[in-house]
Design a protein around this ligand. Structure first.
Ligand SMILES: Nc1nc2c(ncn2[C@@H]2O[C@H](COP(=O)(O)OP(=O)(O)O)[C@@H](O)[C@H]2O)c(=O)[nH]1
Ligand SMILES: [Mg+2]
Length: 421
């Protein structure tokens, strides 16, 4: 979890990491941009604890911020790593490292910073949660690191600790039970799709995480949701802007595969004889909705293709009025910026102009029992019944209190905030 030291927990951070907390996924925190004016360190930690409901354990501690950013104090090694924005690179083991007992440290960071640091260390040792690997693994405690990504300060410290504190690839739940990372059969699931990474080629890349077995370039496997044998071609691994071809990969690795438009997020790929599907990836409940249709009705096909592909990438979620077709779509997004992206991409990539009409709904709920007779659901005046493209029934609400009212009015109705497939 990367936090901007001047901003603290932002809306999108809260959204994403609440899901992680809910799923007990360990969270490692990197508080970034310490070379800029940052907020008070204790209040940043308080905010993380209160907003996300996890304890924090600072592994290092910043000395000043912005123009006065002197570096970080490592609570394990009791060394101070000095920040210098003139040299980019890691500071580990460099001569800019001082023992906290070294008398010259006061000159290097200044008496005032030194006094403040001493005070804060004392406070920290007394008040903050102690490091506890089990609590980190259980997702209850987040180790916190401070640094500056732009100047590559503190990043290596973070990565080294991360390697020690994280766990090796775990089994993943599928509809036939857990799939072990040591299983010989290759299996993976798609967690991200990105279209038009290379505009000239209109390419789509499906990113998948390997769960078990060994991947070899060009291998033929079974795509479960497509019910088809596929060849995993042009496998790539990416690190920032670098791409390189991979010949083999194992459980825990992430590879990008050329996608001719067949994959969706959550799909399972396997070489196992026994076909199975991994448990789906939960999607975020959208909070903004708009009705979208194409200007030129002759372009119905492009519109349907564009909007479905962008939805497959997970950039938007699409719904329909009950018993309607693909010519008019209800789009749900988490942030309003996604509407602009949708409009722009439909125009530039699919040559389709759209009209968008904002809808007042802010809350969405899936109906747990999919066979529920929708005509019998008694709602509120601000409620709308819709369905997803698989025909699953959903409800949209303008007001949050209407959700409870609807539950009160319909005995046995169960509503879900997250969809699982
Ligand atoms: N000064 C400074 N700027 C940074 C640092 N890390 C990222 N940035 C800049 O912050 C800008 C926005 O990136 P960021 O806030 O990380 O991404 P966001 O997740 O989209 O908000 C970019 O221009 C980055 O170059 C840092 O450590 N120090
Ligand atoms: Mg930012």
């Amino acid at each position: 979890m990367v936090i901007d030291g001047s901003k603290g927990v932002e809306a999108q951070t809260r959204k994403l990491f609440k899901v992680c907390v809910m799923r007990h996924i360990p969270i490692f925190t990197f508080i970034n941009k310490m070379d800029r004016e940052a907020r008070d360190t204790f209040s940043l930690l308080d905010e993380i604890e209160n907003e996300l409901g996890i304890a924090t354990c600072p592994v290092n501690w910043p000395i000043g911020s912005g123009k006065n950013f002197k570096g970080v104090y490592d609570r394990n090694t009791k060394k101070v790593m000095i920040f210098s924005d003139t040299q980019k690179g890691t500071r580990e083991g460099s001569e800019d490292e001082y023992d906290i007992d070294d008398p010259s440290i006061k000159d290097v960071i200044g008496q005032e910073n030194y006094d403040k640091l001493m005070e804060e260390i004392e406070l920290l040792d007394g008040a903050s949660a102690e490091f506890n690997q089990d609590e980190v693994t259980a997702g209850n405690l987040s180790p916190v690191f401070f640094g500056s990504a732009l100047t590559n300060f503190g990043v290596e410290t973070f990565l080294k600790h991360f390697l020690k504190m994280t766990y090796s690839p775990l089994p993943r739940r599928a509809d036939i039970g857990e799939i072990s990372p040591f299983s010989d059969d290759f299996s993976a699931f798609v967690f991200k799709i990105q279209a038009n990474m290379n505009k000239a080629h209109r390419d789509r890349i499906a990113f998948m995480r390997i769960v078990s077995g060994k991947f070899t370039a060009g291998m033929e496997v079974f795509h479960v949701q497509g019910n088809k044998a596929v060849k995993l071609s042009q496998p790539q691994q990416m690190m920032a802007e670098e791409r390189k071809m991979v010949d083999e990969a194992y459980a825990g690795d992430i590879i990008g595969i050329f996608d001719p438009g067949i994959y969706s997020i959550g799909d399972t790929i396997t070489s196992s004889k026994e076909k199975f599907a991994f448990e789906g990836i939960p999607t975020f409940a959208p909070e903004h909705f708009a009705r979208v249709r194409q200007v030129d009705t002759m372009k119905r096909k492009q519109f349907a293709k564009g909007i479905s592909q962008i939805a497959q990438e997970g950039a938007i979620q699409i719904f329909q009025d009950i018993n309607s077709g693909l010519e008019e779509i209800i789009v749900g997004v988490v942030g309003v910026l996604q509407f602009d992206v949708l409009k722009y991409r439909l125009e530039s990539e699919y040559n389709v102009e759209i009209i968008m009409e904002n809808l007042p709904y802010e809350y969405i709920r899936w109906i747990k029992d999919r066979s529920t007779d929708m005509d019998k659901v008694v709602g509120t005046s601000d409620m709308k019944k819709i369905q997803d493209l698989k025909g699953n029934p959903l409800l949209l609400f303008v007001h949050e209190w209407s959700i409870k009212m609807t539950l009160d009015r319909n005995k046995n109705l169960e509503l879900l905030e997250f969809n699982k497939d």
